[in-house]
Design a protein around this ligand. Sequence first.
Ligand SMILES: O=C[C@H](O)COP(=O)(O)O
Length: 254
Amino acid sequence: MGRKFIVGGNWKCNGTNEEVKKIVATLNQGEVPSEDVVEVVISPPFVFLPLVKSLLRSDFHVAAQNCWVKKGGAFTGEISGEMLVNLGIPWVILGHSERRALLGESNEFVGDKVAYALSQGLKVIACVGETLEQREAGSTMDVVAAQTKAIADKINDWTNVVIAYEPVWAIGTGKVATPAQAQEVHADLRKWFQANVSAEVAESIRIMYGGSVSGANCKELAAKPDVDGFLVGGASLKPEFIDIIKSATVKSST
Ligand SMILES: O=C[C@H](O)COP(=O)(O)O
């Protein structure tokens, strides 16, 4: 099928200098499948990006957790895409639900951010996902489609975009989506791409699942045909993250 498995570790707003060094040491010792089988992207808080980049094994890559919506300038507290490029950071996570919910990032704002980051040469993990209320109201796909459309309205080339489907109710709750629930939304998203972008993008775009992924549940999720990887929060700070990376072999053996 040709979609390389991708596993991201989103450390969110966690870590001290000492803890970061320990986590990186654990990652560096981990025995994982080769880069041909799995792409690994580690996303520490901004302040630790240079440290992580300098210490991390060369087969793992680094991502920022956000960046500013346009060129830098008088935007106190923001970090621009150009700065990430300047530091040699290849990836950025955009539109995470925590930023959408807590910092008021709208679908359109996230679309603008994705477009600007891509224009600077960054690769983007773009997050989408519904709340529990939205799921219970039966509007999961409407919500996810609207979030994806806001990005599609602003970009033409999806080569450097990975979608992370993260149901908000599964994030940090220990309430993981069942493999069938994840597969259903991933497959529907692929259908959305087919109808609204192109058959090629629908086939090639990678869709990660995020929300309470752990060493214990990753294999079952990875076995689903439209699950192309994981965006991991809490478990990415723990040694079990290595097991999650290893779940890529479920894919390569099918
Ligand atoms: O970006 C990662 C997600 O928000 C998932 O977080 P979690 O694995 O702690 O549920």
